[in-house]
Design a protein around this ligand. Structure first.
Ligand code: KIV
Length: 276
């Protein structure tokens, strides 16, 4: 079902055509191949890997080495989708030079075609500089998981009026700043649907929502939430389309039972000496 290769330049056309953009995270070859062949438009190797792959409590400990490792696995599987690599916490905030070096590594070593970074007005200069050297940037504002300590946890942003951090007017300014700095798309995470609609209507670049209601130009979800590969908490905005946790548990339980009962391996799973 995968069609022609998706490029950064296709996304603007998709917004103009009101063609919704489907984006998923992926962290390894098999799932990236499945999603790519299913026709997803954008694959993101997100720093969410810290939580869903590594079992950490936040995305903050994730390193460049780890993102690069997963990016390379996904890049091998990608044929159709645009591949975006996430810049982890403190890999771009220190200086423009640091941001350039690390964004460049995601493209040059990891095989990404674009990078994503969190932050609005404060990141505008960084986005501008990356775009100047032809590194396409996807912005990310609202509930930015790298800001959990400021936000006091993973909390919906933009519910309150005002121009302080996390307030409605600040988010409108952030969206405008990211667009004016040259980003090609903008992730809106954890904000009221009404605010996401307003940002989407004002923006010339596509918005990709996660917990931001139905009116964004596209949607993104973490693959573990889509596939039901989680044991505990599932965010309200995440719809499971399968229950792979249950399936995998059933498969492992059957395997263990069959080994213990000597029902596996059967003759068809065994090799024999020829002619014996
Ligand atoms: O890290 C990630 O997976 C993300 C998406 C949830 C947008 O940033």
């Amino acid at each position: 079902m995968a069609k022609d290769k998706i490029r950064v330049t296709d996304l603007a056309r998709m917004k103009a055509d009101h063609a919704p953009i489907a984006m998923l995270t992926a962290y390894d070859f098999p799932f990236a191949r499945i999603f790519d062949r299913a026709g997803v438009d954008i694959l993101l190797v997100g720093d969410s890997l810290g939580m869903v792959v590594q079992g950490a409590e936040s995305t903050l400990p994730v390193t460049m080495t780890e993102v690069l490792y997963h990016l390379k696995l996904v890049a091998r599987a990608r044929e159709h989708a645009l591949l975006v690599g996430d810049l982890p916490f403190m890999s771009y905030q220190v200086s423009l030079e640091q941001a350039l070096r690390n964004a460049g590594r995601l493209i040059k070593e990891g095989g990404a075609e674009a990078v994503k970074l969190e932050g609005g007005v404060v990141m505008a200069d960084t986005i501008r500089r990356l775009v100047e050297v032809d590194i396409p940037v996807m912005g990310h504002i609202g509930l930015t998981p790298q800001s959990i300590h400021r936000m006091g946890g993973h909390r919906v942003q933009g519910r309150r009026a005002g121009s302080g951090p996390g307030c409605r007017e600040r988010l409108l300014e952030d969206a405008q700043a990211v667009e004016q700095a040259g980003a090609f798309a903008l992730v809106l995470e954890g904000i009221p649907a009404e605010l996401a609609t307003e940002i989407t209507e004002r923006a010339a670049i596509p918005t990709i929502g996660i917990g931001a209601g139905p009116n964004c130009d596209g949607q993104v979800l973490v693959m573990h939430d889509v596939l039901g590969l989680t044991d505990g908490f599932r965010p309200r905005f995440a719809k499971p389309y399968a229950n792979l946790w249950r399936e995998a548990t059933a498969a492992a339980t059957s395997y263990i039972r069959e080994v213990r009962e000597r029902a596996f391996p059967a003759d068809e799973h065994s090799f024999h000496v020829k002619g014996a």
